[in-house]
Each structure stands twice: as structure tokens, then as C-alpha cells.
Design a protein around this ligand. Structure first.
Ligand code: ADP
Ligand code: ZN
Ligand code: ZN
Length: 748
């Protein structure tokens, strides 16, 4: 018998594959998961090659201990995608491929249960009647379990366990009491009347002419076809995605589609639109993939995509690496959103990988946005992406809102004082909305009560002891909190330096604005939505449904309220404190601000009532605001691109960033200097500019000092080859706690 060897990718910061001897009974197949000894541990790896020889001496070779036969191997296409991501983002294949798999696959002890059908239970009438009184009020987890079981047709064991750790025992009790019964497993549940067309409903909206053109262009595309769907807010981009997908599934019922959204938890309406539209597909044909899913559900959904039983995968950035053997179309909604960029581990752009994946598979990819990223816009300008434009709102009579700039300086000079940062015109507009029974939204990108707590007498300012940052005052939580490291303490009653009891909050966050609104707009029901008010799972959704139900008059919040929501009754949007972003040293700050303000403005006037946006500013003649008030994305984008071209900034050059974290700033800088010096002789480096190391704006976080080194080149290939050659050099350098290389960094 001849020997067999396999080369295995392992989740280690090394770009090599590891050789193992293979003598198990099942045939080794490329793309299969295996368990192998690595150092003193057993780890899960991925077979990338099967060979009859190995360069490693026989005595040093170890044996594969297990192979996963319960899950079909990953395809060559998928390995190529992971390989590209690894190559492009300067990582090892294993560092990309393995973290992309659900946890259950990376734990060999769970392999044999992977495809086991999970038990499901449904609530009976007797349970519905008895449960509410049978549970102690304080048994919160138990109540949640009962509510979740009652709320759906049936509940799976993994979901139940996520709600209550003792769900199994509880269900045994409830079964005995006749409160619940066993339900059919998910994949056997009868599909609701599989119709001939995947779009079951006959009540589809009549497409606008612009939508029709866009759908036709996407549906008739052949091969690799990148589209930029540039549609103003409320233009009905979702409807275009739905129709294009429907056309695809009619043509090819076995095809799969991947739809990426920036944050799935914030867009339940998006998910429900897909579920409603494709309700005629078999149950389980639409799955979601995001980090909020319980582990069991994540594994099941991943497997559904991998085995082809899921037709449509709706997910956040991590879904771009889902295995989908019949993938035939990709949609990236709100493609400009920074959330598509992963900021730790493998620092990839899901949007960019989506385009790569579409090219690899020769399929269409639709990038949708009201404010495309300048990278994407530039591709469209050059004709590399086909531009599809939706210039008008879809709902009849819904116009884009009128944008009004409120000059704070002028207000002051005319003696019309603001109340706690809210200008007179804004307060008046809020009151008139309240009288008319319409909703308003106040946007402010800063959470907490006040960003600074300080002492007038001695100049003391509350800071985080672990970070070079102020501690933010949180009034309802009665705490000072650091937004960088999570440090928390009680609010001091007096200045810790001089004993002065008159310490005062400076500046405004959402909590303070919420408080002010309640007093200046008497009678208004004010609701705050930000990361603090939505910490509990599911609470954001509950708060948003209050808004949709009309139980809120004024919604105040951070960018969480800006994204994607189709608020039907909001007619006024107020923007506070946007000016700070105008003068950021980050060259992308204005692009982000424009996108953010367009998004938040887009929440007004969506359903026919005229919408109005009021932006409070000290710079009412700033080009960004003027473009915004003309709803002129195109003008803004082209002017900003011209500036970037003159300044030789992306997308006209390519960048990479080396970041280092040290115990001291000196250590971090020294590491970067050494790394920079070692870069110069590398192949391709002569075409790359290496800047001086600089500390990050917030230099210290959690007692770690951070600095960065920017690299820039007009040639992506030169930058890539130099970065690749740099890796082993960087690994040999010492003196810092951590370092990482980010390709195409967003925050510079
Ligand atoms: P966008 O994502 O472009 O901001 P949405 O997809 O949220 O816009 O659509 C905005 C609103 O317009 C939604 O309420 C949607 O149901 C509605 N809509 C979309 N297309 C049409 C159409 N052709 N006719 C009528 N209403 C439409
Ligand atoms: Zn003091
Ligand atoms: Zn801190």
C-alpha cells in the first residue's frame, strides 16, 4: 500500500500548509475537515492537497486522527476564494478559512451530530392558557422561553437553550403537563403551497420606470456583471433586489443568492420583506447569517447554504465567506457602509470580496446605495461598473425632503438663543410636528449624557485611567464610562482634585438631548435609541416597533436610527453637532458625513407627507452642506474625487497600514521604525511610499499604546508583493505586544 499525505491549513499566523500522514479508512478529499495533532493540542484543519510524497522526514510526520464525513467537502471554488482573501489581506489560508466556518465544524467532537435533525416543540392551547400564571414573575428566562415558544409555530432546541439554559428539563415538564408537543423537524415542515413562481403574492407594487430598467439590466446580465444601483433614499432599491432575485429563481430554481446588509439586527423589515416575497419557496430556503445568531442556528444555516438547501442567504459581512455551491447573484445593500469592513482579525472588506467572488464565479453583483463609496463611484465613472440610477422616490407623491441649514452663529447674533443646543427654529418645527401628530427624529452621533465632566475651579477633567480619553458621563446609569475600554466608575460628588462640588457636564450626548427635548417640547413622547438603550438582545427591535406603531413623537438617537428604516410617519429630521466631522484629519470623514446625513435625512417624508431636514451648523456655507441641501450626491462625489486625485489619495493610490501596540509609545514607534527600514529593500518597495510612524489619535487604550505606519503606492501589485515579502520580517521583529497589517484601511 502506498502512503498518502495531506497538506492541511490550520488557523495559525503562518502562510504555510502542514503535512500529515493519512491512514484513515475514508478517502481523503480536498476541502474536507480533519482533526490533526498540532503541538500538544488537537486542532481542526482543512485538507488543501492530497499527495503521494512529503518533503517532511517520515519520523517527524504525524497522523491525521479524524476526518469529517458528515459534511460535504468545501469546493475548490471556495478554497480559491479563501486563498484570494488570504493572499490579498496578507494572512495564512488557515487564518481565513477556519474562522469563516461555524464553531460546530471547528470542534471535531461535534461532527457526528452536525446533520442530526434537531428536536422542535410547539405550544398547545392548554399551555397558552396556563403558562402566564404558572410562572413566577421573577423567572425572566423562563418567561422569555414561554413567550418565544408561544410566539412561533415551533421552536428548536438550540434556540430554546439560548433563551434558557435548562430548556431541555423544562420542556420535559411541559410535555408531561400537556402544554407543548413535539413538532415536525424544520426541513420536513410543509412548504406553504409551493407555487410555480417563487414570488407567491400577486400584490406586487407596480415598478417605476427606473426600477423596471434596473431589474431588466440585472436580470439579463451575462457572466461577471458588476452593477452600481445608485438610488436616492426611498427609491425602492429593495424592490429591485427582490425582482432581480425572483427573475433569477424563475430562470434557475436551483440557483442561490447572497444578500449582504450592513447590520441585520437593524433591518428586520428587510428580512421580513424577503420572507414575505419568497414565501412560496420551501421552508428553510431563506436563512440568515450574522454574529447575533445562536451557535446552533448559525451552524444549521451555514450547512443549509453549504449543502444547497438554502436558496437565499441574508447576512452581514461575515456571510461573504459562506459556502454556496450554486451561488448565482450577490447583492450588497448600502455598499458604502463602513460596517462591511472587518476591523479585527482578518481585516477584509466584504464589499470588495463580493466583487471578487462575482468575478470568480462569473455572475452579477449589485452594489446598492444612495451615497456610493467613492471607490465604487470611481469604478462606475470609468465604466467598469454599470450604473443604474433611481433618481426619484418610489412611493407616489413622496419627494425627497427639503434640507434647511440653520446658522447657529446668526441665531446667536439675532439674540435667538438656543436652549441646551436646540435652536429656536428646530424647537418650533418639533412643536408643529407634535401638533400635527407627525413624528420627528433628532440625530446626534454621540451617546451618553455629556462627553466631558469637568471642574471649573481647578480644571480637572474626568478621564479614563486606562486610556488617553475622557470618561463619558452617563446620567441614567449614574456612571462615568470609557467608550474605548469599558471602564466604569460612579460619578464623583465633588472634584477629586480640589473638592469643589460644582463639577459640571460639558457638551451634549443623546441622553442629555432626550432630557432637554422632554422639557422644551412639553407633552411629546420622547424615545432614545442608541447602543446604551438597546443593550439587551431584541430591545432595539422592540423600540423600533414602538416608533412604527406611532407610540413615539420624537425619536432621538445615534447612527442606529439613521440606517435603512422605513419610518412612515417621520416628517422632520433634526441634525445636531455634525460640524465636528468637517475638520477631521481623516480624509474619508467628509465622505462618511455626507453618507450619514443623507441616510438620516432619507428617513423623512417617505410616505407622501412632505419631509423637512434641519441641520444646525456654524458653517452653513460649507460645500458639503450646500451639496447636501441640493441633494447633490453626484456633485459632491465628483468634487471630492477631484480633490483626492490632486492630493493623490485613494481611490487613486492604494494604501496599507501597519499598526503596532506596545507597553509604551516609544516601543510601538521603535517597532514601526525598524519595520519601515526593513521594508525599503523588498521587491516592489521602490514603488511604495513609506510614511513616518505616528501615534493614533487616541494613543492609549486599555493601557496599551498604539501607533501606525502608512504605506502608499500607485501600483497595487507592487504594494502587494512588498507586503508579502515583509511578513516574515515583521514576524521576526520583537518589542511590541501586537501588530497587524491592514490592506485598504478605512480609518487613516
Ligand atoms: P431604499 O432602500 O431605496 O431607500 P426602500 O426599498 O426602503 O427604498 O423603499 C421605500 C418605500 O417604497 C418602501 O416602503 C417600499 O415598499 C416602497 N416601494 C418600493 N417600490 C415601489 C413601487 N414600485 N411602488 C410603490 N411603492 C414602492
Ligand atoms: Zn477641581
Ligand atoms: Zn478606557
Amino acid at each position: 500500500m502506498t502512503d498518502i499525505f495531506v497538506r492541511v491549513a490550520i488557523d495559525q499566523p503562518m502562510s504555510v500548509l502542514f503535512d500529515y500522514r493519512y491512514s484513515l479508512a475514508a478517502e481523503p478529499v480536498v476541502g474536507s475537515l480533519v482533526e490533526v495533532p498540532f503541538g500538544r493540542r488537537d486542532v481542526v484543519g482543512l485538507i488543501c492537497e492530497v499527495a503521494s510524497t512529503s518533503g517532511i522526514p517520515a519520523a517527524k510526520l504525524r497522523d491525521v486522527t479524524r476526518i469529517c464525513t458528515d459534511c460535504p467537502p468545501l469546493s475548490a471554488q471556495w478554497l480559491l476564494l479563501a486563498g484570494f482573501a488570504a493572499e490579498y489581506y496578507q494572512r495564512g489560508l488557515g487564518e481565513v478559512a477556519l474562522p469563516a466556518l461555524p464553531q460546530a465544524l471547528r470542534d471535531a467532537s461535534r461532527w457526528n451530530r452536525l446533520l442530526a435533525v434537531e428536536e422542535r416543540f410547539s405550544m398547545l392551547a392548554a399551555g397558552r392558557a396556563a403558562l402566564p400564571d404558572a410562572l413566577p414573575t421573577r423567572a425572566i428566562a423562563l418567561r422569555r422561553l414561554a413567550e418565544a415558544t408561544a410566539a412561533q409555530e415551533s421552536i428548536g432546541m438550540s434556540e430554546a437553550r439560548a433563551l434558557h439554559p435548562k430548556a431541555s428539563a423544562t420542556f420535559v415538564d411541559w410535555l408531561a403537563l400537556g402544554w407543548i408537543q413535539r413538532a415536525a423537524p424544520e426541513n420536513e415542515r410543509s412548504a406553504p403551497e409551493a407555487a410555480a413562481s417563487p414570488t407567491g403574492s400577486s400584490l406586487l407594487p407596480q415598478l417605476t420606470g427606473e426600477q423596471r430598467e434596473a431589474v431588466d439590466a440585472i436580470a439579463s446580465a451575462q457572466g461577471f456583471a458588476p452593477f452600481l444601483l445608485h438610488g436616492v433614499t426611498g427609491s425602492g432599491k429593495t424592490e429591485v433586489y427582490l425582482r432581480a432575485l425572483a427573475a433569477l429563481l424563475v430562470k434557475r430554481p436551483d440557483a442561490q443568492a447572497l444578500v449582504l446588509v450592513p447590520e441585520i439586527n437593524l433591518t428586520p423589515q428587510f428580512e421580513s420583506a424577503f420572507r414575505a416575497r419568497f414565501s412560496a419557496l420551501a421552508a428553510g430556503s431563506i436563512v440568515t447569517m450574522h454574529s447575533g445568531l445562536a451557535e446552533g442556528e448559525r451552524a444549521r444555516n451555514w450547512l443549509a447554504a453549504h449543502t444547497g438547501s438554502a436558496r437565499i442567504v441574508l447576512g452581514t459581512r461575515l456571510a461573504i465567506l459562506a459556502s454556496m455551491p450554486d451561488l448565482a447573484m450577490i447583492v450588497v445593500d448600502e455598499e458604502h457602509d463602513p460596517a462591511y469592513k472587518q476591523q479585527e482579525g482578518l481585516r477584509y472588506s466584504a464589499r470588495d470580496l463580493a466583487v471578487y467572488r462575482a468575478k470568480q464565479l462569473e455572475i452579477p453583483v449589485v452594489l446598492g446605495s444612495a451615497t456610493p463609496s467613492l471607490e465604487t463611484w470611481w469604478q462606475a465613472e470609468q465604466g467598469r461598473y454599470t450604473r443604474l440610477t433611481l433618481a426619484r422616490r418610489a412611493v407616489a407623491d413622496a419627494a425627497l425632503p427639503a434640507v434647511r441649514l440653520i446658522d447657529l452663529e446668526e441665531e446667536r447674533q439675532r439674540g435667538r438663543a438656543s436652549v441646551e443646543g436646540l435652536s429656536g427654529p428646530l424647537i418650533a418645527a418639533l412643536k408643529s410636528r407634535l401638533e400635527r401628530g407627525e413624528q420627528s427624529l433628532v440625530f446626534l452621533n454621540r451617546r451618553g449624557y455629556a462627553p466631558i465632566l469637568s471642574c471649573d475651579a481647578c480644571g480637572w477633567v474626568a478621564g479614563c485611567p486606562r486610556c488617553s480619553a475622557y470618561a463619558v458621563l452617563h446620567k441614567p446609569e449614574r456612571a462615568l464610562r470609557c467608550h474605548h475600554c469599558g471602564w466604569e466608575s460612579r460619578i464623583p460628588k465633588a472634584c477629586p482634585e480640589c473638592g469643589n462640588v460644582d463639577i459640571a457636564p460639558m457638551g451634549r450626548g443623546t441622553q442629555r438631548v432626550e432630557e432637554t427635548l422632554a422639557s422644551v417640547v412639553p407633552g411629546a413622547r420622547v424615545l432614545r435609541i442608541d447602543a446604551d438603550s438597546t443593550r439587551r438582545k431584541g430591545s432595539a427591535q422592540a423600540l423600533f416597533s414602538d416608533v412604527h406603531a406611532g407610540e413615539v413623537d420624537i425619536l432621538v438617537g445615534t447612527q442606529m436610527i439613521a440606517k435603512g428604516h422605513d419610518f412612515r410617519r417621520v416628517t422632520l429630521v433634526g441634525v445636531l453637532n455634525a460640524d465636528t466631522a468637517l475638520f477631521s484629519h481623516d480624509f474619508r470623514a467628509s465622505e462618511r458625513l455626507f453618507a450619514q446625513l443623507t441616510q438620516v435625512s432619507g428617513r423623512a417624508g417617505r410616505a407622501g407627507l412632505p419631509g423637512e431636514v434641519m441641520i444646525q451648523t456654524r458653517y452653513p456655507r460649507h460645500a458639503l452642506y450646500l451639496a447636501l441641501s441640493r441633494q447633490d450626491y453626484v456633485g459632491f462625489a465628483n468634487a471630492t474625487l477631484a480633490e483626492r486625485r490632486d492630493a493623490r489619495l485613494p481611490p487613486f493610490v492604494y494604501q496599507a497600514m501597519l499598526r503596532a501596540e506596545g507597553r509604551t509609545l516609544e516601543a510601538a514607534i521603535a517597532f514601526l521604525e525598524e519595520a519601515g527600514a526593513a521594508f525599503a529593500p523588498l521587491p516592489g518597495a521602490d514603488r511604495v511610499t513609506v510614511y513616518d510612524p505616528v501615534p493614533l489619535t487616541i494613543v492609549k487604550v486599555f493601557n496599551v499604546h498604539r501607533a501606525q505606519l502608512l504605506l502608499e503606492s500607485g501600483s497595487r501589485a507592487a504594494l502587494q508583493s512588498a507586503l508579502r515579502a515583509w511578513q516574515p520580517v515583521l514576524r521576526s521583529l520583537k518589542g511590541v505586544l501586537r501588530w497587524n497589517v491592514e490592506v485598504d484601511p478605512l480609518d487613516v
